[in-house]
Ligand binder design. Structure first.
Ligand code: AHM
Ligand code: MG
Length: 336
């Protein structure tokens, strides 16, 4: 990378002009999402000073109590994106059904899905949280727009990313040409390219899982974690370290930065649910980012991006990160 500061705008213009990776509507969409993330970052930063912490009085479609900031972030994303003419509809973790762009605005060809504020349990305790997003194209020839239009496997995504609100605010993006990271320069008010061609090392000594659920896991996940815990004396012949932020954005950001493996597996507590995390606006965008950085993402058995979603808020087991570790966990499930 040269010494010149490259803003997100310039990066996107060059992706559009030089490399032909993104059409202008998609560029606009990504700029608008980034602007919304800046505004969410401001609200997160203010915390108690802005009176935005604490619980709201509502539940989302998943039956989880919403926080005030969950609702604010959701509104910011909707308001920023509804009028630009780049979208046909949006879907969010915080909304039961899809949000169709109102008739008073022009309709675009893209569909935007997001988890407006991931890591809700960390909002009030000043630990990193973030926004995750995924962009799909509305299938051609379908009149109007319906939930059915959203139900495309993650491999069809045309852009995906997240913005982590931590000590720095960092936007991480893929349009299918590798992964780039942009740090928010608060004085300038713009995202500046700070890492390109992000690569996850194939091997790691770091795993991330909520260990308190151990007694509920399936045998393959137990075996994998037991072997990590056995360290140098065990079958892996090396010591492992454990990290768990409990914000997927922060855990994935660490993995994109220095490698590691992240697991949120199926467990016996709610056997009818395949896992805790949501396929379409958590696992798919993160899975694609990780693959674009040379890592892998599966549900323990198959590639996450190949899963055909059956419904908008579908859940999925997640194993993602350093390729050799993900392949190992997957082989413990499939026996291959
Ligand atoms: P959320 O979208 O309601 O915030 O839930 C998802 C979060 C992930 O960010 C994180 O990986 C996981 O839930 C943490 O779960 P746990 O509370 O079991 O640690
Ligand atoms: Mg979430």
């Amino acid at each position: 990378m040269s010494n010149k500061r490259i803003s997100l705008t310039r990066y996107l213009v060059e992706q559009q002009r030089v490399d032909g990776h993104i059409p202008s509507q998609l560029r606009l969409l990504l700029e608008v999402v980034a602007r919304a993330c800046k505004s969410i970052s401001q609200a997160v930063n203010k915390g108690d000073l802005g009176g935005v912490l604490g619980a709201a009085t509502t539940e989302n479609v998943q039956g989880e109590m919403q926080k005030q900031l969950d609702i604010i972030a959701n509104e910011v994303l909707i308001e920023a994106n509804e009028w630009g003419g780049h979208l046909a509809a949006m879907a969010s973790e915080e909304m039961d059904s899809i949000y169709v762009v109102p008739n008073r605005y022009p309709q675009g060809e893209y569909l935007l899905l997001f988890d407006p504020l991931d890591g809700s349990s960390n909002i009030d305790v000043n630990v990193s949280i973030g926004t995750i997003f995924s962009v799909l194209k509305k299938p051609e020839g379908s009149a109007g727009v319906s939930e059915q239009d959203f139900l495309q496997p993650g491999a069809q995504q045309v852009a995906a990313g997240y913005c982590v609100y931590g000590p720095q605010t960092t936007l991480v993006l893929t349009v299918g040409d590798g992964v780039a990271m942009f740090t928010l320069d608060r004085e300038q008010g713009s995202f500046v390219l700070t890492k390109e061609n992000v690569q996850i090392p194939p091997d790691t000594k770091e795993f991330a899982i909520n260990m308190s659920n151990m007694r509920h896991w399936d045998a393959p996940v137990k075996r994998y974690v037991d072997e990590c815990l056995a360290g140098q004396e065990g079958p892996r012949g090396k010591d492992f370290n454990m990290r768990w932020v409990a914000s997927m954005v922060a855990d994935v950001h660490r993995i994109l930065t220095r490698g590691g493996v992240f697991l949120y597996p199926w467990d016996k507590r709610e056997p009818e649910k395949p896992g805790k995390l949501r396929l379409m606006y958590e696992a798919n965008p993160m899975g694609w980012l990780v693959e674009q950085a040379g890592g892998a993402a599966t549900n323990g058995k198959q590639r996450i991006l190949d899963i055909q979603p059956g419904k908008l808020h579908e859940r999925v087991s997640v194993v993602l990160g350093s390729k050799n570790e993900v392949e190992r966990v997957t082989s413990y499930h499939t026996g291959l």
